[in-house]
Design a protein around this ligand. Structure first.
Ligand code: VTB
Length: 332
């Protein structure tokens, strides 16, 4: 029996593709995980990219990568501007970080993930691969309680007041980089705690959304712009606030950004400026971290754990999957 049922594009994006993007991040995570601890960041990243591209190209979408691994037509990467999908279905913007935390994977340290987001075409910030200043907090606070340009100490005090606690009860997550020494000092000067991470600020920002379980109230610091847009997609689904500014400190970077539609190089963006409509977000653990378990290779089964979110409903699903015969279906 064959009946042709046409699915409204919105339904596709809102519901059906939710599970489809899980397949994409699962496969990228499994491929990267085979190279955990091999000390080869490039090879692990390439494995994740190849798997992610292969899976994206099976999806019923007309997709464009707007946040990717490079800005030119670099054949091996999922570059900005690359078309993905079967070229039929809804037109969508896609943000990818096939292996967020390449160093974490290469060194087999906690917190590497494979992640992507999807939204209607033209609704995700098209950002060049530059640095981005970021501040993020979880849901439940009045808008503007913390601000990108306020001092770290001020932001801690304002957040503590809004939460109804002493600053010493606040924990701020910061990437462990020399460039963050003033931020770290400022936070500590209030009595608040700093939690340092070596990499992985997509997961870092997501931690802010659930302070009771993660112990993290706020993220402050400068990280990658692609990671910032992906984190914004996640917060768009689960709630929270984020402010960012692209660091466009040379004419060449400003020109690259201008070409992607960034008119004011000093502009501060909120979540709604980076993700202007509804979106889907998924991440699969590569190495076990505080957000997700890593891939487990058992005798005949490969286990993965994925979190997938939809902004339309704010649903967050944790999907544990047992994969059998992955090799058989590797290239289907
Ligand atoms: C962060 C971190 C990423 O890049 O965005 C960082 O979250 C920023 O760049 O996991 P630097 O390493 O140059 O400071 C990553 O480490 C990924 O490369």
């Amino acid at each position: 029996m064959s009946t042709h049922i046409s699915v409204p594009p919105q339904l596709l994006l809102e519901r059906i593709l939710t599970l489809e993007i899980v397949r994409v991040t699962e496969r990228a995570a499994v491929s990267a995980a085979r190279l955990r601890g091999h000390g080869n960041e490039k090879a692990a990243d390439q494995a994740a990219v190849d798997a992610m591209r292969r899976e994206l190209n099976k999806l019923p979408i007309e997709g464009t990568v707007v946040i990717g691994e490079g800005e030119r037509d670099e054949a091996p990467m999922l570059y900005i501007g690359e078309k993905v999908g079967i070229n039929a279905g809804p037109q969508v913007d896609i943000a990818v970080d096939p292996l967020e935390g390449t160093t974490l994977c290469a060194k087999n340290m906690p917190g590497a993930i494979a992640t992507m987001a999807m939204a209607d075409a033209g609704t995700l910030l098209h950002a060049p691969d530059v640095y981005m200043q970021k501040i993020a907090i979880g849901p439940g606070y009045p808008k503007g309680v913390v601000e990108l340009d306020a001092s770290p100490a001020d932001n801690v005090r304002r957040l503590a007041k809004a939460k109804g606690v002493d600053p010493s009860a606040i924990t701020v997550l910061v990437l462990d980089r020399p460039r963050h020494s003033e931020i770290i000092q400022g936070v500590r000067s209030t009595g608040a705690a700093v939690r340092l991470i070596t990499d992985g600020d997509v997961a870092g920002v997501i931690h802010c959304a659930d302070p009771d379980n993660t112990g993290v109230d706020m993220y402050i610091g400068t990280g990658g712009a692609p990671e910032g847009v992906l984190a914004a997609a996640a917060l768009r689904c689960i709630g929270g606030q984020m402010q960012i500014r692209l660091i466009l400190d040379t004419e060449e970077k400003r020109e690259r950004a201008r070409k992607m539609g960034v008119a004011d190089p000093r502009a501060i963006y909120g979540i709604e400026d980076m993700v202007r409509g509804d979106c889907l977000f998924a991440a699969t653990g590569v190495t076990t971290g505080s957000l997700l378990s890593g891939v487990k290779f058992r005798k005949d089964v490969i286990e993965t754990e994925t979190v997938v979110m939809r902004s339309v409903t704010g649903t967050v699903r944790y999907i544990k999957a047992d994969h059998r015969q992955l090799d058989k279906f590797h290239l289907d």
